[in-house]
Design a protein. Structure first.
Ligand SMILES: [Zn+2]
Length: 256
């Protein structure tokens, strides 16, 4: 396995709704022949198809069930069952507890889960959940977003990428990101509310999390409507000395 195999492609990073040129949160993470769709925010299914067909995915991983991270699962379901896609097996789908029931209620008007499970092989996440997707190992930690929410570490034999999902700063994220090559961290908030009410990072928080974890590189994403990407990167750089980028839609970052 060579070291340049792990790649992050930003399908979208807008919050809390898609803009003209930026879908909501979604990423394609690839390593070798393995492709994982990480978060399925509004507009990301269209962008995903520039790179991979749904039936070529090895897994889908969903951080939490806010619509800006999961809404395109609804149309992916139609694609998987009622269109030109012919799945040889349901697509492995990892997400928060209750994800299958939530999809079933929206898509079938009943709690009957069987059509959902024809499209997706659902695995519910828990703190410390580990799964194998082809060449990649996926480790999930429960994080602090005021609802069931998870962060993700994707590893090959020698490279690692950590994605915060949506969360306030928390020890589980810092632990998960320990020594990672790339930390993809949200920077939603322009200012921090009281600690007990905080459910997102500020750019300074993203820099702090990257520094505390010993991440080699930081990519800020999910930059809220009251910040510009340039401000987010600049403010994060006051707390983290390593390279910092913004998760601009359409960008592919090799993890090296
Ligand atoms: Zn959220």
């Amino acid at each position: 396995m060579t070291s340049d195999l792990l790649r992050l492609t930003v399908l979208g990073s807008a919050t809390p709704y898609a803009s003209v040129d930026n879908p909501c949160s979604g990423y394609l993470v690839s390593g070798g022949d393995t492709r994982v769709w990480v978060d399925a925010g509004s507009g990301t299914l269209a962008r995903l198809q520039r790179h991979v067909r749904l039936d070529e995915l090895d897994a889908i991983w969903i951080s939490h069930l806010h619509a800006d991270h999961s809404a395109d699962l609804l149309t992916a379901y139609y694609a998987a069952l009622y269109a030109d896609i012919r799945l040889t097996a349901p697509i492995p789908l990892y997400g928060p507890p209750g994800i299958a029931d939530r999809l079933a209620h929206f898509l079938t008007n009943t709690a009957t889960r069987s059509p959902i499970e024809s499209a997706f092989a659902v695995g519910e996440l828990h703190d410390g959940h580990r799964a194998r997707a082809g060449a990649l190992t996926l480790t999930s930690r429960s994080v602090r977003h005021g609802m069931p929410a998870f962060a993700l570490r994707v590893e090959t034999e020698d490279r690692s990428l950590v994605y915060s999902g949506d969360t306030a700063p928390c020890p589980a994220l810092t632990d998960l990101a320990d020594g990672c090559d790339v930390l993809l961290c949200e920077a939603e908030s322009d200012r921090a509310p009281a600690a007990e009410e905080q459910v997102h990072h500020t750019p300074e928080d993203a820099g702090d999390t990257a520094r505390s974890a010993g991440a080699k590189r930081l990519i800020v994403t999910h930059v809220g409507p009251f910040l510009t990407p340039r401000q987010a990167v600049s403010r994060a750089s006051t707390r983290f000395d390593g390279p910092i980028d913004y998760a601009a839609p359409g960008t592919t970052f090799p993890v090296e």
